[in-house]
Design a binder for this molecule. Structure first.
Ligand code: 5GP
Ligand code: ZN
Length: 140
């Protein structure tokens, strides 16, 4: 797949809308539209890389810093019992979008979430409202 067809590159360019949470020079964070749990967010590098095996170290470091920032805001908003940082490489590992991304995945005791959790569309209105609340909890 070429970068031109990459759905996350299109989100970075603004060709496809997203519920944006945070953006800096190197990264973009937005809500997952098929949330495994409420507050499920994605962090991506602005420079396209398919996966962990090909991402540049500086880009990975920037994604990790943004993941921490967003996880803290998600935690303060949704108050989950736990959070997974999750990142998939290759179809067998559950990767469906081949632009590196880190999942910030709120967890609850007994939610029985499995690694390849599948995609179920969320309620866009509810996701948008939750994004607004998470943004208001972002620290400087
Ligand atoms: P993967 O399965 O590759 O680890 O995760 C890809 C994630 O991207 C999935 O959780 C899926 O819901 C999300 N996703 C796919 N297309 C879009 C989109 O157009 N917008 C948003 N916000 N998320 C998307
Ligand atoms: Zn891309």
């Amino acid at each position: 797949m070429s970068v031109d067809d990459c759905i996350f590159c299109k989100i970075i360019k603004g060709d496809i809308p997203c519920f944006k949470l945070y953006e800096d020079e190197h990264t973009l964070a937005f809500m997952d539209i098929n949330p495994a749990n409420d507050g499920h967010a994605l962090i991506i590098p602005k420079t396209h890389a398919n996966d962990l095996l090909s991402i540049e170290p500086d880009s990975l470091a920037a994604v990790t810093m943004t993941a921490r920032k967003v996880a803290r805001a998600v935690s303060g908003t949704v108050k989950p019992e736990g959070i997974n940082l999750m990142q998939c490489n290759g179809e067998a590992a559950g990767q469906s979008v081949f632009h590196f991304h880190m999942h910030v995945l709120p967890r609850a005791v007994g939610d029985e979430l499995k690694m390849n959790w599948g995609l179920t569309p969320g309620d866009m209105d509810a996701i948008g409202k939750l994004a607004e609340r998470i943004r208001s909890n972002l620290e400087a």
